[in-house]
Design a protein around this ligand. Structure first.
Ligand SMILES: Cc1cc2nc3c(=O)[nH]c(=O)nc-3n(C[C@H](O)[C@H](O)[C@H](O)COP(=O)(O)O)c2cc1C
Length: 164
């Protein structure tokens, strides 16, 4: 959600690098989701949750890029995942993880644990770290540098093959 986020830039770079027959749609509504509360799942779902679940339902695969905060995944991301625990649309989706900080030691492992608990299909070889910490690169600059572009292309290719 941060303006100038390296995670956003990495996701946009992936979108620039994806082949023409792969549509990448970035979810930009994390901050519209209410705090997860199971009581709210009993009646009509909050509109942002319905939209999220519908987007997930239409996606063949998911790419997550998250900062590490206080040795954990970003709280807003965990909140989004909590809203997907009870979603029929989520299980078995191939998921790739991008980490843009070479210092992040805890969040990637936590994310994998949460995602496998939710029956996602984490594609291990598509979980990568891009050493972007300390560089303020735009999406185009990331996509134009083979050190970053090559692994991002591989992530897309692995997800495409995981979709089958
Ligand atoms: C409140 C706060 C806590 C952070 N805690 C950690 C941490 O525990 N481990 C780490 O590697 N980086 C930590 N960071 C650094 C961020 O993970 C890093 O700057 C990240 O690349 C930011 O992603 P962004 O560019 O997408 O905003 C922290 C940053 C903030 C603002």
């Amino acid at each position: 959600m941060r303006a100038g986020s390296s995670n956003t830039a990495a996701l946009e770079a992936l979108s620039l690098l994806a082949p023409i027959d792969v549509t990448v749609r970035r979810y930009t509504e994390l901050d519209t989701l209410p705090a997860f509360n199971p009581d709210l799942e009993r009646g009509a779902l909050p509109e942002p949750v319905t939209r999220l679940r519908s987007l997930i339902g239409r996606a063949d695969a998911i790419v997550i890029s998250s900062p590490e905060y206080a040795r954990g995944m970003a709280g807003a991301l965990k909140n989004m995942l909590d809203w997907l625990v009870g979603a029929l649309e989520f299980p078995d989706k191939p998921v790739a993880l991008i980490t843009t900080s070479q210092r992040a030691e805890y969040a990637p492992g936590q994310l994998k644990l949460v995602l496998t608990t939710m029956s996602a299909r984490v594609v291990e070889e598509a979980c990568i770290t891009l050493p972007l910490l300390g560089k303020t690169l735009s999406a185009a600059e990331i996509a134009g540098d083979d050190e970053f572009a090559a692994p991002l292309r591989t992530v897309v290719a692995l997800l495409v093959s995981a979709v089958g």
